[in-house]
Design a protein around this ligand. Structure first.
Ligand code: FES
Length: 553
């Protein structure tokens, strides 16, 4: 009685309490997350689908993470949302779950939490915004923020130009429409088989996105009847496919961290080395910003992700199961490429080197990553003197100082921006070049940090150096003038300082004071793992299943 009666206050008829599957619709709607602000309407279409298929839909909110608004960084809260999702699913009597994901961290957070429960689960991405337009040119989310910011520094544009451009950049509901982290993670959802085909690219405001939501609602009910659990979908083979697809789309380096964390939840053996090994031979087929020219709307009209997956069929684990009950290959084998300028054929790829390069050496013994397709080819092998910034405040204070001793060959080093250091592992690794060099026409330099970078960013940027500076990783020991050698072909990143000197510097090093003595930040700092382990909390690795805890009434 207590369960039925209270539910009936929402107008649910008695005959709906007949034992049908209860479907939780996990919603990250929030006006403070503009990329997900259309989710209430989208959830309605999912509900329609669940009801049509004979399910019992229950929409529930979890904490939402808006990339552009939250401080210090949404990544500080990814694991908190994952805990929210996990406990919300476990505490409530759900038989299956729909994950509504959009802005960058909402996707991995929801998948991580759901993975630790392992119910039948299906993902629905919110879709990208329409193409940005401004004075006859196409604008990409994020990518043009970086461009305008640099132009403002050099005097090539005015504040008024920026104000006009920002309105044209975000023309509709949806997430960033470049191949940034949100589009990358939506593609990962589809590549993992967790979303229905075409999930990644349908624009947020296209009617087909509503149709997809309805289909998702119908399908999750069938998945419950089939007991098609998340662990049957996200297998090692599916993760391998996702890595290959990330290479082929020129996806964000953030996917590295997120997929490692998801694998950890499922107990799947999957490491940074898998990223390098699998991605090495995959060419980048997608001519999308930030590496290329087009945007997600163009990608949708060209045929979307099924075309890309079909193109890399020779690399693919073709038999992995997807949420519609078919294999990934069945889903894509008839896909047609309607625009080879946007999705290039594999024989004539947009860029020969997709994938993510994993670098090792005495500067990052546990690895660092670089996205070759977003880098300047001539800098992929480079030796230069370090110009060191101790943290992001130091960087902001000095980077544009005319007295800064720096030239185009310098290697810019930023410390203390890793998972523990900032704290929260922010996207500051793609920091802007010194204004005086920008004015000289320098467009890219080697930058090294323990930070992440926005998926919409570009440049020869070495990220996620592990262990990070804040825990005494080698990055902490670099001093101005040290010579650093990067060789992406050989996958090496070396600090050319002898071991004796490094040992002496290490003896003098001490950690910074704790960031917090209470609350989430303390829990996070006490338990966050390093980048090469996905920056999850150590006690969240693995899962607790979906059993609803004991009755309290
Ligand atoms: Fe939300 Fe880019 S800010 S996806």
């Amino acid at each position: 009685m207590i369960h039925r009666s209270w539910m009936k206050n929402q107008g649910i008829p008695h005959d709906q309490f007949d034992g049908r599957p209860v479907i939780g619709i996990c919603n990250t709607w929030s006006q403070a997350t503009p990329c997900n602000a259309h989710f209430r309407e989208l959830a309605g279409h999912i509900r329609d689908g669940v009801l049509e298929a004979g399910g019992f839909p229950l929409e529930f909110p979890v904490m939402s993470l808006g990339e552009t608004m939250m401080r210090p960084t949404t990544m500080l809260f990814r694991n908190q949302v994952a805990m929210d999702v996990e406990e919300s699913i476990r505490a409530n009597p759900f038989d299956g779950v729909v994950l509504m994901m959009g802005c960058d961290k909402t996707t991995p957070a929801l998948i991580m939490g759901a993975a630790s429960c392992d119910l039948p689960t299906i993902g629905l991405s919110g879709g990208p915004m329409l193409n940005g337009r401004f004075r006859g040119q196409t604008l990409g989310s994020g990518t043009h923020v970086w461009k305008f910011t640099e132009q403002l520094k050099t005097g090539a544009c005015t504040v008024q130009d920026m104000i006009e451009a920002e309105a044209g950049m975000s023309r509709s509901a949806g997430h960033c429409m470049t191949m940034g982290t949100a589009s990358t993670m939506a593609s990962m959802v589809e590549a993992l088989g967790l979303g229905l085909p075409t999930n990644a690219a349908i624009p947020a405001v296209d009617a087909q996105r509503k149709v997809l939501a309805r289909m998702v609602g119908r399908r999750i009910v069938a998945m419950v009847h089939e007991d098609l659990r998340l662990s049957k979908i996200i297998t090692r083979q599916a993760l391998e496919n996702a890595v290959l697809v990330n290479g082929a789309i020129g996806g964000s380096t953030n996917a590295v961290v997120h997929l490692l964390a998801i694998a950890g939840r499922l107990g799947v053996q999957f490491t940074l080395d898998d990223w390098d090994r699998l991605g090495r031979d995959v060419p980048c087929l997608l001519n999308l910003m930030p590496s290329g020219q087009y945007l997600m709307e163009d990608f949708y009209f060209a045929g979307g992700l099924p075309v890309v997956i079909k193109e890399i069929g020779a690399f693919l684990n073709k038999d992995t199961l997807t949420v519609n009950g078919k294999t990934i290959w069945d889903n894509v084998k008839d896909a047609v490429n309607y625009d080879t300028a946007v999705i290039t054929p594999i024989a004539t790829p947009f860029k020969p080197n997709g994938g993510i390069a994993v670098l090792r050496g005495n500067l990052a013994p546990d690895g660092a990553v670089l996205k070759p397709s977003a880098a300047t080819p001539r800098l992929l092998r480079h030796r230069g003197k370090a110009v060191v910034f101790e943290d992001s405040d130091d960087l902001n204070r000095r980077i544009d100082d005319p007295a800064l001793v720096v030239d185009a060959d310098s290697v810019l080093v930023l410390k203390n921006c890793g998972p523990k250091g900032y704290p929260g592992f922010p996207e500051v690794g793609n920091f802007a070049l010194p204004a005086k060099l920008l004015k000289q026409g320098v467009t890219d330099m080697v930058r090294i940090s323990d930070a992440r970078m926005s998926g919409t960013a570009y440049g020869t940027v070495v990220l996620h150096a592990s262990p990070e500076a804040a825990v005494g990783g080698p990055l902490a020991l670099i001093q101005n003038g040290d010579v650093i050698e990067l060789d992406v072909e050989k996958r090496t990143l070396r600090l050319l300082v002898d071991d004796q000197q490094l040992a002496a510097r290490r003896a003098r090093w001490s950690p910074a004071p704790a960031h917090a003595d209470r609350g989430w930040v303390k829990l996070y700092c006490d338990h966050v793992m390093q980048a090469h382990r996905g920056a999850d909390l150590d006690f969240l690795v693995g899962g607790s299943g979906s059993a609803v805890p004991r009755e309290s009434h």
